[in-house]
Design a protein around this ligand. Structure first.
Ligand code: AP5
Ligand code: MG
Length: 192
């Protein structure tokens, strides 16, 4: 198996690049944001609880997202590898993920960290908010709260994996194609 974390702040292009990457490498895409939005759309108890946090730009509690990822791993026994998008977001989530993968005798092979300036992030998300229907994209206060959560709670995840020498920084500004090409070259180096 080859397992990748696509890491980066809100609006850095994780979802956009995930689509290209899963098409090229046949990985199973696991986005906790998408899983949570599907729970909200289905009005499940989990979705209703998560929405309270998401609407304010705050992280959903660790045990909720770890449980979702654990089920998703169990539900995809034949996957060639996983592409994690928006997970892990805290050190506790990273430790839990490593344990879950170890139970399946696999591990994170690579963390690709997209780097984008704060002003560009806000611009992209406000622009997406015009059409996305995502409640957390519609006002700048919530967008800045998401970026603040990332800085306070999520940047430590990159340090955690850097300790295992698994992190590569990628310039996340430029065209979608340019960024995809940088991501692909880092993956191909490790697959060959
Ligand atoms: P989540 O859904 O993960 O959202 P996010 O991290 O805030 O990031 P986005 O999905 O907004 O951005 P992205 O990096 O995917 O960029 P995208 O490709 O869309 O999380 C939402 C919420 O759920 C969290 O706030 C939290 O409450 C909760 N949550 C989720 N996971 C959690 C976890 N593990 N733990 C706790 N809580 C969790 O691109 C953004 C925009 O930019 C798009 O319009 C796109 O078209 C555009 N764009 C992309 N690339 C480029 C480019 N190169 N140039 C110009 N524009 C571009
Ligand atoms: Mg996304």
């Amino acid at each position: 198996m080859f397992n990748i974390i696509l890491f980066g702040p809100p609006g850095s292009g994780k979802g956009t690049q995930s689509e290209n990457l899963i098409a090229s490498y046949g990985l199973k895409h696991l986005s906790t944001g998408d899983l949570l939005r599907s729970e909200i759309a289905n009005q499940t108890p989990l979705g209703l609880e998560a929405k309270r946090f998401m609407d304010q730009g705050q992280l959903v509690p660790d045990e909720v997202v770890i449980g979702m990822i654990s089920s998703a791993l169990d539900n995809n026994p034949a996957a060639k590898g996983f592409l994690f998008d928006g997970f892990p977001r805290t050190e506790a989530q990273s430790i839990a993920l490593d344990k879950l993968l170890a139970l399946k005798e696999t591990e994170i092979n690579l963390v690709l960290a997209l780097e984008v300036s704060e002003e560009e992030l806000v611009k992209r998300l406000l622009n997406r908010g015009l059409t996305s229907g995502r409640s957390d994209d519609t006002n700048e206060t919530v967008i800045r709260a998401r970026i603040n959560e990332y800085e306070q709670k999520t940047t430590v995840v990159a340090n955690y994996y850097a300790g295992f020498d698994k992190v590569v920084k990628i310039k996340g500004e430029g065209t979608v194609e340019e960024i995809f090409s940088s991501l692909r070259s880092e993956i191909d180096k490790r697959l060959s």
